[in-house]
Ligand binder design. Structure first.
Ligand SMILES: [Mg+2]
Length: 265
């Protein structure tokens, strides 16, 4: 039995672990099913900043995994939750897409014209334009406006090559104003990981964090002091593993894929 099966819960990344875009990673999906069968608590944590949980659940169903909404912690939802806890019913302006807007509204926040906003919420937007950037810029220049970013991802590995991540907007705002977000919610930030522990109702020593990127998932696991597992089914491969470890540090365990954890179970 793998020593990590002593743990009560698993915080698992989505892209590169159980799927790549629309395609499931078979071993990852089967591994998750097995973990659930043997009674482990599971929560998926994703830095995705364009999808709501509702949209994401459909993707999981397409992968062949039936999950509940409370087993999905996406940067969109975690950001909405964080703001709602800090200031219930806050007035927010967002650069984000409908998935993020949906979660902000569900958390009781009011999406307003930028002139009335108390929060600037930066999330990725595939339809970003000059007007949105102008409004975000003006808010960013207001010191009393709280600036929250859903996630720090510079780029995102799409099926046909890299595409801009939320970093495109954070970077542009920084270049224009010299200001970085007051809070970044997504991995490797502690904010989303502590929310995951809260939902699992477990302590960090009782969970393992699994992902395909050392600087994102393993680093996130380390911020809460949990055991960390790198899987080689996504961004990190056998070929670039040594380079990644040298650059970003060493995970506690390295597996070919998540299924390896439950082999023989
Ligand atoms: Mg990933």
């Amino acid at each position: 039995m793998h020593p990590l099966l002593e743990k009560k819960g698993f915080i698992i990344d989505v892209d590169g672990v159980i799927g790549r875009g629309k395609k499931p990673i078979k071993e990852g999906v089967e591994g998750v099913k097995k973990l659930m069968e043997i009674g482990k608590k599971i929560i998926f944590v994703s830095n995705n900043s364009t999808r709501s949980r509702r949209i994401m659940l459909q993707r999981f169903r397409d992968y062949g995994l039936k999950m509940n909404e409370d087993q999905l912690l996406i940067a969109t939802y975690a950001t909405a939750k964080f703001i709602a806890r800090e200031k219930p019913n806050a007035k927010v302006y967002t650069t984000g897409e409908e998935g993020l807007r949906e979660e902000l509204r569900l958390a009781g926040l009011e999406i307003v014209d930028y002139r009335d906003a108390e929060y600037l919420v930066v999330g990725s937007n595939r339809g970003i334009n000059f007007q949105i950037m102008t409004e975000a810029l003006r808010l960013c220049l207001e010191e009393d406006v709280r600036y929250i970013a859903t996630n720090p991802d510079k780029t995102f590995p799409a099926e046909d090559g890299p595409i801009p991540g939320t970093g495109m907007i954070i970077g542009a705002l920084y270049w224009m104003t010299g200001r970085m977000p007051d809070i970044i919610v997504g991995k490797p930030s502690k904010v989303i990981m502590e929310e995951a522990l809260r939902i699992l109702n477990l302590k960090a020593e009782d969970v393992a964090v699994i992902g395909d990127q050392i600087d994102v998932d393993v680093a996130a696991g380390k911020t809460i002091g949990a055991a960390t597992v790198l899987v080689l089914s996504g961004v990190t491969t056998r070929e670039n593993l040594d380079e990644m470890i040298q650059k970003f540090g060493k995970p506690d365990y390295v597996l070919e894929h998540l299924g390896e954890l439950v082999e023989g179970q």
